[in-house]
Write a protein that binds this ligand. Structure first.
Ligand code: TPP
Ligand code: MG
Length: 361
């Protein structure tokens, strides 16, 4: 016995890239077919999300937001994959994947309510196919396999897509989910955003595997590792995965190599305790906005003026969304209990009575 098998498998998981760090096309044959307007829209979303991240961090520090998991650095991974979806596709996000569900149609003020732990942040508009962002690491992977199987059974031309992190790929749920989806040929796309850390734990400590993408092999599904700072590569990989899923060719596991510039969440994490500034600098050079901006400027599709417009729009929208969130009546204990069951069991009925009396005082 030798370990040759592993070497042979790992060799096949080369990083898929279309735009290099300079914004140059290095993989012309994989260039996706996107109109000028679509290319500009992708940039608009990434710039918008970067500003939103800065504002959210500052709102959090002012005590006005609640839970927040920073997104800067991960825009290409999050928004490039989302751009490949259709409106009727289902998204099962993790706690960091709020940009995708907002661009899918969740009003921004509801995203802020979700941050505040207000139930209004989880009561989605009718017809919006998203699930409440998952906090339990990996749980959404199994749910995605189920949603995708449901879509297949109902003969819908749609997929279910989910996001987790490098840490999430160590959970039992992850293996169960991808295996089940493979076994039932469910139209699912599993994105693992490998930002190199699960809070402070480096990815090298998560697994002996060199890539997360190769974990697809044991589940008998497609796997691909993508440059997660290259929005076109992430878009193309997701688009291809979606097509394969709908053609009955099974689910795909996509590993995006990315980096979160900020803290894990705003609840006291200090990345300087587990990352070096050299590593931060190295990843800043790969920045998804810088390289896509260069690419678009080369095509005369982007300018400082355009960028400023997006920045101003984002700031204005955020200001309004916070106002709307502030205007939302505070939640009561009876709201929480009332939403739990259609027919509440006796202990919940007792508590409902108790709190109805308290709240009416
Ligand atoms: C089942 C479970 N275990 C532990 C936690 C605590 N926890 C929250 S985030 C996190 C790290 C997740 O890292 P990763 O999957 O890489 O995602 P990232 O935050 O880097 O996007 C952990 C361990 C949790 N939420 N759920
Ligand atoms: Mg991570």
């Amino acid at each position: 016995m030798s370990t040759k098998t592993i070497d042979q498998v790992e060799e096949q998981f080369e990083t898929f890239q279309i735009l290099n760090e300079e914004g140059e096309v290095v993989n012309e044959s994989e260039m996706p077919d996107l109109s000028d307007e679509q290319l500009q829209e992708i940039m608009r979303r990434m710039v918008y999300t970067r500003i939103w991240d800065q504002r959210a961090i500052s709102l959090n520090r002012q005590g006005r937001l609640g839970f927040y998991a920073p997104t800067a650095g991960q825009e290409a991974s999050q928004l490039g994959s989302h751009f490949a979806l259709e409106q009727e596709d289902w998204i099962l996000p993790g706690y960091r994947d709020i940009p995708q569900i907002v661009f899918h149609g969740l009003p921004l003020h509801q995203a802020f309510l979700w941050s505040r732990g207000h139930f209004g942040g989880s009561q989605f508009p009718d017809g919006l196919n998203i699930v409440v962002p998952q906090i339990i690491i990996g749980a959404q992977i199994i749910q995605t396999a189920g949603v995708a199987l449901g879509l297949k059974r109902k003969k819908k031309e749609n997929i279910a897509i989910t996001y987790t992190g490098d840490g999430g790929a160590s959970q039992g749920d992850f293996y169960e989910g991808i295996n089940f989806a493979g076994a039932y040929n469910a139209p699912a796309v599993f994105i693992v955003q490998n930002n190199r850390f699960a809070i402070s734990v480096p990815v090298e400590k998560q697994s002996a595997a060199k890539t997360i993408a190769q974990k697809a092999v044991a589940a008998g599904i497609e796997g691909i590792q993508v440059d997660g700072m290259d929005v076109l590569a992430v878009y193309k990989a997701t688009l291809d995965a979606r097509k394969r899923a709908l053609a009955g060719e099974g689910p795909t596991l996509i590993e995006t190599l990315t980096y979160r510039y900020g803290a894990h969440t705003m609840a006291g994490d200090d990345p300087t305790r587990y990352r070096t500034s050299e590593e931060d600098d190295e990843w800043a050079k790969k920045d998804p906005l810088i390289r896509f901006r260069k690419f678009l400027e080369g095509k005369k599709l982007w300018s400082e003026e355009k960028e400023n417009e997006v920045v101003e729009q984002a700031k204005e929208d955020i200001k309004q969304a916070i106002k709307d969130a502030d205007k939302t009546p505070k939640q009561n204990v009876t709201d929480l209990l009332g939403f739990m069951f259609e027919n509440p069991p006796v202990n919940i009925r007792e508590q409902l009575e108790e709190y109805t009396a308290k709240e009416s005082k």
